[in-house]
Design a protein around this ligand. Structure first.
Ligand code: AMP
Ligand code: MG
Length: 545
């Protein structure tokens, strides 16, 4: 079919074209629409046949739900959603029209086709006067996913819409380039606390001012595991991908520019901040805009990704903004385009971070975050047991002090444990022997990590200070949690009684002791995800800044 192009820079003086575009939509046809975020591929959200055509034109999987777009009128919210919490009204009043999509319970009037069969619906009011005028003229909500072919970077100009779906849809309204440039922020309000499903044009920090705590869905920052069920169907699909594979470099702009310059050759495309453009003379570059201007980065990110499709680059290497403000959305789009293939770049030094704290506080969770950021975890318990098996000198030294506690290479742990358990002097002697072996092994492992150029090493040690391990560290982090929480976690993890768990907790040093000794403290006093987010923020600083 011939796609009709309407050029409508503003509603005033273009009443006839607006009426024409609205007529196409009322007839059940598809029309590309400008919004402040990205171009949408619109259809009458209440017409299941029209909505089905969206999926065909985009090649989008049909279980991936659509967002419905309404005018800025609370009556529309009430018409298409039910069980609306007061917070949703407050958010609509504060942020609409604007790049915020709320997930709410749907009213049955919204067809299954539109919601991908879900009992919830994503709803927002776009901040573009032309599209608002068109929706008002249609007098129905407009279902609109991004107007790109499924899997490709979103469209931020009408020309890009024609490139992707021209000939497959009835019309495109050219309302100028998108002012925000990344899709809306999606917030699920059917759960408490609200959950961020997709970072977007409305910064998380702005939403937190109104909502208080917001949980960040893990899929925002990393690839979903094969066995994990995504919270929103769209999360499992490949997204935003240009033709060449993308790798995202994470770290300070200076460090990532240097690492990309080292890796880039003539066949490389580079997405970089404006200031670093001349660092890649042999490569094709696309600028994200200045380091400090995240609004500009959001406006440019999709065009930057698309720009390489007109070249013959074999790979694309990208600098990535930090996660603050719109940086979370820009980084998320780049990482999704890369299938989360990221390279952490340290400051050039391998940072050594000592992690300590009582059992049950969340050390393991924190360490997993460090690993995901490219650091290597050295677990002192594991090292101790490896040394016992490998190191005859250590075994001899222990035997000299404690008698025959080994059967060949195997330690009789009960026997040795019995000797040191209630005897502080004996325990001190044992530690005195073991710690020096562990420390020397840690030193070797850190040297290896430095040779390999790793961003960091995390030393996981309950006795970080008593052993002197702290002296190997550039910085130290205490992981602590309220006693009640720890008791609950230990009971669950180890299947032991409350009494026993309490005894374990009381046998350890108090939280304050750890906080006083460490340079930083992470308190695990809310949800696992809130804790992960806190940990990511701190570790990012410690590893990369
Ligand atoms: P797009 O249409 O490309 O902007 O993507 C819209 C995204 O919104 C989908 O991929 C879903 O992840 C999300 N979405 C829409 N409706 C819902 C819903 N009812 N529940 C959860 N996520 C939704
Ligand atoms: Mg999309």
């Amino acid at each position: 079919m011939q796609t009709k192009l309407f050029s409508i820079p503003s509603p005033e003086g273009h009443e006839a074209e607006i009426a024409q575009a609205a007529r196409l939509l009322r007839e059940g046809q598809l029309v590309g629409l400008p919004t402040e975020t990205v171009y949408g591929l619109g259809a009458d959200a209440l017409n299941a046949t029209a909505v089905a055509a969206i999926y065909r034109a985009k090649g989008r999987p049909s279980d991936n739900p659509l967002i419905i777009h309404v005018v800025n009128d609370i009556a529309w919210l009430d018409r298409y959603c039910r069980d609306i919490p007061p917070l949703a009204y407050e958010l609509a009043e504060t942020f609409w029209p604007g790049p915020l999509t709320m997930i709410l319970k749907r009213n049955p009037i919204v067809p299954d086709r539109t919601t991908g069969g879900l009992d919830t619906v994503g709803i927002r009011c776009p901040d573009h006067p032309v599209t608002q005028a068109i929706i008002r003229a249609v007098d129905r909500p407009i279902a609109a996913p991004s107007a790109n072919t499924s899997g490709r970077p979103s469209c931020t100009t009408a020309a890009q819409v024609l490139e992707d779906v021209g000939g497959k849809i009835a019309g495109v309204v050219d309302g100028g380039p998108c002012q925000v440039g990344v899709e809306s922020t999606i917030l699920d309000l059917t759960v408490t606390p609200p959950r961020l499903l997709r970072p977007g044009g409305m910064p998380l920090e702005a939403l937190e001012e109104v909502c208080g705590e917001i949980q960040i869905d893990p899929a925002v920052q990393r690839q979903m595991g094969a066995t994990e069920r995504p919270r929103a169907p769209g999360m499992k699909y490949r997204h935003y991908a240009p033709k060449a594979p993308v790798t995202v470099y994470e770290g300070t702009p200076e460090a990532t520019a240097a690492a990309i310059a080292r890796a880039a050759g003539p066949g490389t495309g580079v997405i970089c901040f404006e200031e670093y453009r001349d660092r890649f003379p042999r490569s094709v570059t696309a600028s994200l805009g200045p380091v400090g201007d995240k609004r500009e980065q959001a406006r440019r990110v999709f065009s930057a990704l698309r720009s390489f499709d007109r070249t013959n680059v074999k790979e694309i290497l990208a600098q990535c903004p930090d996660r603050r403000g719109l940086g979370l959305a820009v980084g998320n789009r780049l990482k999704k385009a890369a299938g989360f293939h990221t390279v952490p770049v340290g400051s050039g030094q391998t940072r050594v971070i000592g992690i300590t704290g009582p059992t049950g506080a969340g050390k393991t969770t924190a360490l997993r975050e460090l690993e995901r950021m490219g650091a290597r975890v050295l677990n002192c318990d594991e090292i101790y047991h490896r040394l016992l098996a490998e190191n005859a000198t250590l075994r001899r030294e222990i035997t000299a002090r404690f008698g025959p506690v080994f059967d060949g290479e195997t330690l009789d742990r009960k026997k040795l444990g019995g000797m040191v358990w209630q005897d502080p002097k004996a325990l001190r002697d044992l530690n005195g022997i073991c710690h020096k072996y562990i420390l020397s092994r840690l030193g070797e492992e850190i040297a290896d990590a430095r040779d390999e150029g790793l961003v960091g090493v995390a030393i996981d040690a309950a006795a970080l200070f008593e052993s002197g391990g702290e002296l190997l560290c550039d910085t130290t982090v205490a992981i602590v949690a309220p006693e009640e929480e720890r008791v609950r976690r230990i009971m669950k993890r180890e299947g032991i009684t409350r009494e026993y768990a309490l005894a374990r907790v009381h046998a350890q040093r108090p939280d304050e002791w750890f906080s006083d000794h460490c340079a930083h403290t992470l308190v695990n006093d809310s949800t696992q995800e809130a804790f992960r987010t806190k940990a990511q923020e701190l570790f990012w600083e410690l590893l990369f800044e």
